[in-house]
Design a protein around this ligand. Structure first.
Ligand SMILES: Nc1nc2c(ncn2[C@@H]2O[C@H](COP(=O)(O)OP(=O)(O)O)[C@@H](O)[C@H]2O)c(=O)[nH]1
Ligand SMILES: [Mg+2]
Length: 368
C-alpha cells in the first residue's frame, strides 16, 4: 500500500512548487495555475533510515522503500467553491486520498499577486478549512435528499438502517455548521463506519504546509511553533517549508543539496519532514520484509493484524496465511543478523491476530 496525499490550496500559493519539492518533479509552475487542467501525479520514496541499516547488515541484492503518491489537483479549491462547493471532478480525485496537504502562502513576491490582494496566513487557513466544510456539507445534503426518497419507498426491514444513517448525518451536519470538522469528532464505531463510505474531506488528516520565502528561513521554526499553537488540532498540524528552495534542492545531487541545506540552516529536508508528519497524522507505521534477497519497507495503519498486513503484500498471502515470523528492528540490530537472532530465541512466531508493530521485520509463512 502506498499513502495517497492530495495537495490543495489557493492559486499561486505554491502547490505545484511543493509538489515538485516532494516528488523531485519538474512540473510546470507557470502554466499549471489555471483551472481545468489534469492533475500532476508523482510518486516519491518514503524516507526510512532503518532501511539503510538493514541494507548494511544483510547485504540484500535489492532494497525497496515504501512509496507515497502525491496528487496536485489541477484546480484551485477557492474558485470552484465560490459557486457551489468543490466541484465533481476535483472532489472525485480528492475523495480517494488518505491525507490532505494544504499549501498556504507566506512568501512575498511583488511580481506574483496574491488572489486576495494581500498576504494573510491565518485568513487563508480559515478560507481553506471553510471550503472543505462546504464541500462536506454539500455531499451531506445530497445524501440526505436521497435518503428521504429511499425512506419513502423503504421496506420495513430497511427503514431502521436508513433512519440511523439519517440520524448520524444530521448530527454531523450540525457539527460542520458550527465549524467542527469531522476529524475532530469522537464518533462511536457505528457512526464512524457509516461515514467512511463518504470520504468526507474534513474527516481526512490535514497537514498545513506554510510556504515561506528564503528570507523567512531564520524564523521558520518559531513561526511553525506559533502557527501550531493556533491551528493544530486533532489530525491537523502545521509545518513551514520554503517550497521554491526545497524544489531546487530536490533536483540536485544529494551531496550538493546537503551543503546548501547546511548553509541555509535547514536541518532536515522538507520532503522528509512532510512525509514523516503525514505518516504521523495518518497513523501509519512501517514494517519490513526480507525475501528472495530483497529488503522491503511497507506502510500500514497502526493496529493492523499480521494476516491483514500479509494481504497488503499479496492477497494469496492473506488467504493462505499460516503464521508470521517476526523480530523487532532493534532486536535484529542487536543480534546483527537473523541467524544469531534465531539462536538467541528472539525470532517470535506470531499468529493471524498479532498486531504489527512499527519496525517489525517479518516473514510471512503461507500456503498457496
Ligand atoms: N519567491 C517565491 N516564489 C515562490 C515560492 N513558492 C512558489 N513561488 C512562485 O509562485 C508562483 C506560483 O507557484 P505555483 O507552485 O505554480 O503555485 P500554485 O498555483 O499553487 O500551483 C510560481 O511563480 C512560483 O515560482 C517561494 O517560496 N518563494
Ligand atoms: Mg499549480
Amino acid at each position: 500500500m502506498s499513502i495517497n496525499i492530495g495537495i490543495i490550496g489557493l492559486p499561486q500559493s505554491g502547490k505545484t512548487t511543493v509538489f515538485n519539492a516532494l516528488t523531485g518533479g519538474k512540473a510546470d509552475t507557470i502554466t499549471h495555475t489555471t483551472d481545468g487542467l489534469s492533475p500532476h501525479i508523482g510518486i516519491a520514496r518514503v524516507p526510512e533510515p532503518r532501511l539503510k541499516v538493514l541494507d548494511e547488515m544483510l547485504h540484500p541484492k535489492k532494497v525497496v522503500p515504501a512509496e507515497a503518491r502525491y496528487i496536485d489537483v489541477g484546480a484551485s479549491v477557492k474558485s470552484l467553491a465560490q459557486d457551489k462547493g468543490i466541484g465533481g471532478e476535483l472532489l472525485n480525485q480528492l475523495s480517494t486520498v488518505d491525507t490532505l496537504i494544504c499549501v498556504v502562502r507566506a512568501f512575498t513576491d511583488e511580481s506574483i499577486p496574491h488572489p486576495e490582494g494581500s498576504l494573510d496566513t491565518g485568513r487563508d487557513i480559515g478560507t481553506l478549512n471553510m471550503e472543505l466544510v462546504f464541500s462536506d456539507l454539500a455531499i451531506m445534503e445530497r445524501r440526505l435528499e436521497k435518503l428521504e426518497v429511499s425512506l419513502k419507498g423503504a421496506k420495513p426491514q430497511e427503514r431502521q438502517g436508513f433512519l440511523h444513517e439519517k440520524d448520524i448525518l444530521m448530527r454531523l451536519k450540525v457539527d460542520l455548521e458550527n465549524d467542527r470538522p469531522i476529524r475532530e469528532l469522537e464518533l462511536e464505531p457505528a457512526a464512524a463506519g457509516i461515514i467512511t463510505n463518504y470520504q468526507f474531506l474534513t474527516a481526512k488528516p490535514l497537514l498545513i504546509v506554510v510556504n515561506i520565502g528564503e528570507e523567512q528561513l531564520p524564523e521558520a521554526a518559531s513561526l511553525e511553533a506559533e502557527l501550531n499553537e493556533q491551528y493544530s488540532g486533532a489530525k491537523r498540524r502545521v509545518i513551514t517549508i520554503c517550497g521554491k528552495l526545497e524544489m531546487e534542492l530536490a533536483q540536485m545531487e544529494e551531496s550538493e543539496a546537503k551543503e546548501f541545506r547546511a548553509d541555509f540552516g535547514i536541518e532536515e529536508p522538507g520532503l522528509e519532514r512532510t512525509i514523516k508528519m503525514s505518516y504521523e497524522l495518518s497513523d501509519l507505521i512501517s514494517f519490513f520484509t526480507i525475501a528472495s534477497n530483497e529488503v522491503r519497507a511497507w506502510s500500514i495503519k497502526q493496529g493492523t493484524t499480521a494476516v491483514k498486513a500479509a494481504g497488503k503484500i499479496h492477497t494469496d498471502m492473506e488467504k493462505g496465511f499460516i503464521r508470521a515470523e517476526g523480530i523487532s528492528f532493534n532486536d535484529l540490530v542487536k543480534c546483527g543478523g537473523i541467524a544469531e537472532a534465531k539462536k538467541q530465541g528472539l525470532l517470535r512466531l506470531e499468529g493471524k491476530d498479532y498486531v504489527i508493530q512499527d519496525g517489525d521485520v517479518i516473514t510471512f509463512l503461507f500456503n498457496v
